[in-house]
Design a binder for this molecule. Sequence first.
Ligand code: ZN
Length: 286
Amino acid sequence: MAERLVGVIGGSGLYEMPGFKLARELEVKTPFGPPSDKIVLGKLAGAKMAFLPRHGRGHFLLPSEINYRANIWALKSLGAEFIFASAACGSLSENIHPGDIVIVDQFIDRTRRRVDTFFGNGVVGHLVFADPVCSNLAQLLFDTADQLGLRCHRAGTYVCIEGPAFSTRAESMLYRQWKADVVGMTNLTEAKLAREAEICYATIALCTDYDCWNHSAESVTIEAVLKVMKQNVANCQKLIKAVIPQLPKARTCSCASAMKNAVITDPPKIPAQTKKDLKIIIGKYL
Ligand SMILES: [Zn+2]
């Protein structure tokens, strides 16, 4: 059994933070092909950490091209019990401003062409996904952000679009009618796979702009957006570093047993190769 660790999926520079002790970079082989990049292993605030740059170092993968299954499988194989996922997003609300953090608690799926499950290849399972992020982890993130004095929202609905283009104005208006709060391109897919892998997952949405619904905000300069993005990364690093020492020694949430009754297929019917590929995901239930 791998030693338990904390996974972080985010931008390339996220692990370049004060106090992070880099140990090594690891190329992980998975049954689904390679993850986005080598995984950076090290220690932060006394915990074993694994950083994965979502779009690869140098940002060469489209949201549709990210091998989400490989990314989550790789972190699981290394022993990840928790994943913090940071992501830039657009605000759909007058109350969420550039520079704000949203601890997302719901998602709406507007993706079209990506694999978002470990099931298939002869095994059928249905995940209970009404509450798509770990509420314990989300609460801990919010409380800590609050203590640090960061502008942070406790809950929010994230519309996950396929990208790479941003929304049309009509779409942006529609998402506002749906009462969604932020729009992004990656986190729902990760949240689904992380839950299937029984990893506690929470999103730190870092707001950069107002998408395109807000006519009055359209004169914002590129310089202003870049400044916000830089500040967002610094805030996110500060938040993750402060949360790590507070993570529970033993998990009491339901994430750790999320797959208990999920598999529908009669075990003898599951192909041997599929069983092998998913051993670390559902092996204990077969
Ligand atoms: Zn959990």
